[in-house]
Design a protein around this ligand. Structure first.
Ligand code: NAD
Ligand code: TYD
Length: 355
């Protein structure tokens, strides 16, 4: 079946894996990557698919209604997978408004564009229009020592990031209820893997261990996150996009909880082994620092529904995924160098402005 899908935020960490999966798996689909290329957008992530005949990149900002409308009018998408967002909790604590603009207003702008094109124009019969909103488990707040986030868990966001994502989720739901816009939302746990911007825990610490720099563990290091390999998140998005029930929500996770300090020690051990360093050498870089304000104690996803109803399961164990991730960073130090020097931001001008 021919389809045109707009993927927003496709130059970012998760978005680039979703774009690659769709471009390669569905040669009959036209995949339009709509991204503003903020500091988190990096087209080098997609160098291997940028010449594929079914891939198009459109530089556009979801805060700019004119730019979005132009892309929607040019391509007439029948599906949207919305990942564009400000995504880093620490940045949200410093500049909450940036998160309100992109995550809340940007999402409402996209909902309006989808509504205009699907509910006002005549659509081809049989097309399965879908506005797929990619959200986070952080909207549910923090867990104590036990329990899991289920789809019915009440929202209780604690950080400006999660508050902005929660707000966008409510708008998506409201557009489903009010205008019958076909929407689905998923809530995924923390992702890790190749192409992760080195401001988040795992890529930052891999980079710091490689360069023997301190590893700043917040607070007591006993905070717990539930980690999923990014390529497994991409396959979950593929599954929900094609098989999920309209107006429904799904939690995505791999039942894989780690206390930060245990994860950091595992990461140090794996890198020491791979680089032939002495056992215990990199652990010495661990430095406890001041805690993040409003730091959520524990996240854990109950992913029973997506596995029972749609048959999705993660494909790798954490040790396999983490080992692959470390290998990727060791083999792609150029990518890391470009990101840390800012050179990656020239890629668009070099590759696209000459067209
Ligand atoms: P990211 O920060 O790596 O990438 C975000 C992308 O969005 C970038 O390419 C950026 O250029 C683009 N973008 C930002 N503002 C934009 C704007 N105004 N207009 C157009 N494009 C814009 O983020 P990520 O980690 O890949 O997360 C993607 C989505 O998944 C987000 O919605 C996030 O909330 C959600 N999510 C992330 C995680 C995680 O662990 N990273 C977990 C669950 C859900
Ligand atoms: P992060 O990767 O920022 O993801 P999130 O805040 O969305 O869960 O952080 C993961 C965990 O690691 C979180 O408990 C905060 C902690 N952390 C540190 O201890 N030190 C760091 O330098 C960073 C970036 C995070």
């Amino acid at each position: 079946m021919q389809r045109t899908i707009i993927i927003t935020g496709g130059a970012g960490f998760i978005g680039s894996h979703v774009v690659r999966l769709f471009v390669k798996k569905y040669p009959g689909y036209r995949i339009v990557n709509l991204d503003a290329l903020t500091y988190a957008g990096n087209l080098e992530n997609l160098a291997d698919v940028e010449n594929a005949p079914n891939y198009i990149f459109e530089k556009a900002n979801i805060l700019n209604v004119g730019e979005i409308d132009k892309v929607f009018n040019d391509y007439h998408p029948d599906g949207i997978i919305h990942l564009a967002a400000e995504s880093h909790v620490d940045r949200s604590i410093l500049s909450p408004l940036d998160f309100v603009y992109t995550n809340v207003i940007g999402t409402v702008n996209l909902l309006n564009a989808a509504k205009k094109i699907w509910l006002t124009n005549n659509q081809e019969a049989g097309s399965r229009n879908l506005f797929y909103h990619v959200s986070t488990d952080e909207v549910y707040g923090a867990l104590g020592q036990t329990g899991f986030f289920a789809e019915e868990t009440p929202y209780s966001p604690n950080s400006p990031y999660s508050a902005s994502k929660a707000s966008s989720d409510h708008f998506v739901r409201a557009y489903g209820e009010t205008y019958h816009l076909p929407v689905i939302t998923t809530h995924c746990s923390n992702n890790y893997g190749p192409n992760h911007f080195p401001e988040k825990l795992i890529p930052l610490f891999i980079n710091n261990v490689i360069h023997k720099k301190p590893l700043p563990v917040y607070g007591d290091g006993l905070y717990t996150r539930d980690w999923l390999y990014v390529k497994d998140h991409a396959t979950a998005i593929d599954t929900v996009f094609h098989k999920g029930k309209i107006f429904d929500t799904y939690n995505i996770g791999g039942f894989n909880e780690w206390k930060n300090i245990d994860l950091v020690k595992l990461l140090c051990r794996l890198i020491d082994e791979k680089l032939g360093r002495q056992a215990g050498e990199s652990e010495k870089l661990i430095t406890y620092v001041k805690d993040r304000p409003g730091h959520d104690r524990r996240y854990a996803i109950d992913a029973t529904k997506i596995s029972k109803e749609l048959g999705w399961r993660p494909s790798v164990t954490f040790e396999e995924g983490l080992s692959e991730t470390i290998d990727w960073y060791l083999q792609n130090q150029e990518w890391l160098k470009h990101v840390t020097s800012g050179e990656y931001q020239k890629y668009y001008d070099l590759q696209y402005s000459k067209q």
